[in-house]
Design a protein around this ligand. Structure first.
Ligand SMILES: [Zn+2]
Length: 80
């Protein structure tokens, strides 16, 4: 199931969903586990930081833009 072009659901567990995010810059794949209820609320428009308070900001960034932590750092570095 595809959520966004760079984000798909790999598998559903009892309470959690394992998502696979593909970084649009380095094309590496990252698995992100979130609560299924939180995922549903996020897809209905809840903000990522409210839906997934337990994820670190770089991981939330991957849900929003797909950019992984190291590419995000790289981007940021280039703006200096
Ligand atoms: Zn990357």
């Amino acid at each position: 199931m595809t959520i966004k072009p760079f984000l798909e659901v790999k598998e559903f567990l009892d309470y959690d969903a394992v998502l696979t995010a593909t970084c649009p810059m380095c094309h590496k794949k990252f698995d992100i586990t979130v609560n299924r209820t939180d995922l549903a609320q996020w897809r209905q428009g809840k903000l990522a930081q409210e839906a997934f308070p337990y994820l670190t900001p770089p991981v939330r960034e991957q849900l929003i833009t797909g950019t992984c932590g190291s590419c995000f750092d790289e981007l940021f570095k280039n703006f200096e």
